[in-house]
Design a protein around this ligand. Structure first.
Ligand code: C2E
Ligand code: CA
Ligand code: CA
Length: 647
């Protein structure tokens, strides 16, 4: 049986429509590359429809001339339009639109040839140069080969673009883009020799299917929970922006309590939560008409990327998102509060390479967080702060070698004895170039690099040396509190090291108190437990630091050999909230019933000091009495104030 002429066209239509559907089904409708791919598909669909109509008219002997002209012109125009559309698709894959916008030559090269086709088709009824209809039969005109030349030109232009910006493309994409050419060439050759088989559209559709299966794979690009772009996609696009000098502004959203949420709520609720945050992001984007590309990276980190004239909308979008996330989100009847941290980063003005951008994005919420306030990277990086963060490992090494670390002491007041009975040792780093670097910054970095062990040893030595000195003995203090970081608690020889140092300076083990945090208590519990047990049976006491931040695992807390619990400053900050006051009263009562001593931290006013003293807290620490101060000042401070009333 003979194939009907238009059979290939029907096959092409089916293929193209399925492809279009699959794009929508696979959520590949956002972003300029997807738009351009849809444009190519759409021109192909129209071209094929016109082709089917033309063939139908050609075969019906009664067709009128006008219809024949419209059908054939429509086909030729749409078919020729597929190639420039394809070039636009390649340009969007390389993400070099901004370059096209600047180059008039490139714009002319893109627009002129297809305009020629258009003009030739319009005047064709008079000139018959492209085709003509004689006795209801279609014939090619003398200029018809020009259409092939123009199509060939666009394909070459696409390849040229691809080659020129090959560094901005993955090898899969290069392969997919180039594979289109031989497929279409074969079809054109077939069509030249057998003009009656309309195989061209089918070949075109096949090659788009190929592109869709390779270059346009959403499975690799879309995060399944949120429907936003994933980390790989983000990294790809942002890196490409850096390489092609495209300026972008990124809104970074990190959920600081993500780990806690993950531990607390079910898997289903967590995915719901991520989904509703992504909806808030898309809302904010819509409100400001920002046309941002939105991504979910991992572990509660979202990104919005604005470009071109939309860059200015990044900050308003961030504000809007911040506001939306301030109130609790309702997830399956569960009210969830997220600790959102937002930062607006301009690239390349604030950060100009991808590695630095990732490092910043991974930790800005820990290092700079001002809860509830949208940060501007620009502000943060004044004073070379960012430069400093990049060099922090070097700075720490240098500080260890050149004695740049100093231990400061913050006095702790005993309510019962009405005098200062202890102090907390707090480390300070003053760098020659960067000045004062807060411990929150260098402790975190040192934990990552491992330098924390040397730093910890230094603090321990310093404090013990001070305790062993005569002038310390004259102060009559009971003990000094020393902070232990998570990494130190997890280290197998912590206990031995502490006991050795105590022996070396010949000081009783009850002269130091070690502060640990709940975070530490949730890691490597075996090593941690054996460290704590060993030290506490040798007479060293422990405080639980930052109590009330995050979530409390009571079971774990009870199992630790604790003498003191330190109520975090966040409790103190909320003491005007009547409900919080009830929580505080009961917390204090519960801890006292468990025979714990209580230190309240972050007391800044006399009023607060009186309130917490009345609440039955044993010790008070905070700026109200003194900031952490150097050893000499501390000795002077305690000697002067001894015996005088402070609360
Ligand atoms: P932390 O252990 O919770 O220390 C208390 C922090 O609160 C100190 O910040 C202290 O200066 C600050 N502070 C005390 N009173 C007040 C107040 O009335 N108002 C306000 N706003 N703040 C007050 P600092 O010294 O910046 O230390 C930050 C954190 O760095 C510490 O938090 C601790 O986790 C860590 N850190 C400091 N020194 C060391 C150390 O030697 N080893 C380890 N592993 N961590 C340390
Ligand atoms: Ca502490
Ligand atoms: Ca604390």
């Amino acid at each position: 049986m003979m194939l009907k002429l238009e059979s290939f066209d029907y096959a092409a239509i089916i293929l193209l429509v399925v492809l279009l559907f699959s794009l929508f089904y696979r959520r590949m409708t956002k972003g300029i590359a997807n738009h351009m791919f849809i444009l190519v598909l759409a021109t192909m669909v129209f071209a094929t429809l016109f082709d089917i109509w033309s063939i139908f008219l050609d075969n019906s002997l009664t067709a009128d001339k006008t219809s024949l002209y419209i059908a054939h012109s429509g086909y030729l125009f749409m078919h020729n339009l597929t190639t420039p559309a394809y070039v636009l698709y390649v340009i969007s894959l390389t993400d070099t639109w901004h370059k096209l916008k600047k180059s008039v030559l490139q714009q002319i090269l893109l627009i002129a040839p297809i305009s020629i086709v258009f003009i030739l088709l319009v005047v064709n009824t008079m000139t018959d140069s492209l085709f003509y209809v004689k006795n209801s039969i279609y014939h090619r005109g003398t200029l018809f080969p020009l259409l092939y030349v123009i199509a060939g030109f666009y394909m070459a232009l696409g390849l040229f673009y691809m080659f020129r910006y090959r560094k901005l493309l993955t090898s899969t994409k290069i392969f997919a883009i180039s594979a289109i050419v031989p497929l279409n060439l074969i079809a054109i050759v077939i069509q030249i020799f057998y003009p009656n088989t309309s195989v061209e559209m089918f070949a075109g559709a096949l090659s788009l299917l190929f592109v869709s299966m390779t270059a346009q794979r959403p499975e690799d690009l879309i995060d399944p929970f949120t429907g936003l772009g994933n980390y790989g996609y983000y990294a790809d696009n942002v890196k490409r922006s850096f390489n092609s000098d495209k300026n972008i502004t990124i809104v970074m959203l990190n959920i600081s309590n993500f780990a806690a949420l993950q531990a607390m709520i079910s898997y289903e609720s967590l995915s719901e939560l991520l989904k509703s945050i992504s909806l808030e992001i898309e809302n904010a984007d819509k409100e400001v008409k920002g046309h941002a590309d939105n991504y979910y990276l991992d572990r509660g980190r979202f990104r919005m990327v604005f470009f071109g004239r939309h860059r200015e909308k990044a900050a308003p979008a961030a504000e809007m998102l911040n506001k939306a996330l301030q109130s609790n989100l309702y997830i399956n009847d569960l009210s969830v509060s997220v600790n959102q941290c937002l930062c607006v980063v301009r690239c390349p003005e604030d950060i100009n390479d991808f590695k630095a951008l990732s490092a910043f994005g991974a930790s800005f919420n820990e290092q700079h967080a001002v809860p509830g306030k949208v940060l501007l990277a620009e502000e943060l990086f004044k004073n070379n702060r960012f430069d400093m963060l990049n060099n922090i490992d070097g700075i720490i090494d240098n500080a260890l070698k050149n004695n740049k670390f100093k231990v400061y002491y913050q006095p702790i007041f005993s309510v019962e004895q009405n005098k200062f009975t202890s102090a907390e040792a707090l480390l300070r780093l003053i760098d020659d170039k960067y000045g004062f670097i807060p411990p929150d910054v260098f402790i975190g970095a040192a934990e990552k690099s491992g330098a924390i062990h040397k730093i910890g040893d230094f603090v321990l030595e310093e404090v013990c040396r001070f305790i062993a000195s005569d002038r310390f003995k004259e102060l009559g203090l009971d003990y000094i509190e020393i902070n232990l970081s998570v990494a130190q608690c997890m280290h197998g020889d912590l206990a031995d090291k502490v006991l050795e140092t105590l022996t070396k300076y010949n000081i009783p083990s009850d002269k130091i108190n070690l502060e640990i945090t709940e975070t530490a208590a949730s890691y490597a519990q075996n090593i941690m437990k054996s460290n704590l047990d060993k030290l506490s049976s040798a007479g060293v006491s422990f405080s639980l630091d930052d109590y009330g931040t995050g979530y409390s695992n009571m079971r774990r807390v009870i199992q630790l050999p604790l003498k003191i619990v330190k109520l975090d400053k966040s409790f103190v900050d909320e003491q005007n909230n009547p409900k919080m006051w009830i929580v505080l009263q009961n917390t204090v009562k519960m801890l006292k019933d468990m025979d714990m001593e209580i230190v309240v931290e972050g007391i800044e006013t006399q009023h607060m000091a009186e309130q917490f003293a009345a609440l039955n807290c044993d010790f008070i620490q905070g700026y109200y009495y003194s900031k952490p101060i150097p050893e000499d000042d501390f000795v002077e401070f305690i000697s002067e104030y001894e015996g005088s009333k402070v609360v």
